[in-house]
Design a protein around this ligand. Sequence first.
Ligand SMILES: C=C(O[C@@H]1C=C(C(=O)O)C=C[C@H]1O)C(=O)O
Length: 255
Amino acid sequence: MIDLERVRKSLIRQEDSIVFSLIERAKFPSNSSLYKSSEIPGLDGSLIHYILKETEILHSKIGRYESPEEHPFFPDGLPLPLIPTPPAKSPEFLHAAASAVNMNSTIWKFYLEELLPLFTKEGDDGSYACTAACDINCLQALSRRIHYGKFVAEVKFRDAPEEYGPAIRAQDRDALMKLLTFTDVEEMVKKRVEKKAMIFSQEVNINEKDGDCNGSNKQQNCKIDASVLSRLYGEWVMPLTKLVQVEYLLRRLDK
Ligand SMILES: C=C(O[C@@H]1C=C(C(=O)O)C=C[C@H]1O)C(=O)O
């Protein structure tokens, strides 16, 4: 049975994936050529755009987007899965309108334009393929987390249909946003991701005590500035998760 506790546990576990994926990307400098319009013949757009698009074509063939937790960044014209999807064991948890909600174009934009400059050092080491692989992990982890809002919304709706129903019928976004917001939970999430980033960033030394990421060792030992994580969650991840919740709920009573 999916309930709010289980959904929140999944969100907590997904924080680990997000923190680790950012730490991995921070190993490389900004490598900005990867994101500029490429002059390579046959390549229409940037190299990162090409690599992610081709990755999604392959992932679509192997059925990745059949899962309600996965969302492509470039959904147009994706091939059908080669492997037939086995029939579902239980009825779909989400309402059918869930597939209409995809925030990936916003995620793509904030990741490339605002987030990357906050945690990568200026520079170009030419390792574009490895950098792109890290970017794709970050983008997919963020997308999965933000779109998980559909599950959060479904659980909240099932727990209190009498509260959500009138706001949905009135198509009242503000009322829905108010109903699904828990500011105390959000404050706790921001603190926890910052702490995770600090812990996961540490150098682990068996014999010395100086591996931490605080005080005078901060600059040498930290793999990522932990405050970026709290900012990422406060400015983008949680607001977008809530937007996914609202968009989903607005369609929740569609026939
Ligand atoms: C996800 C939830 O809904 C909202 C969004 C949150 C988030 O994205 O982490 C946190 C609290 C709520 O304001 C929740 O209630 O857990």
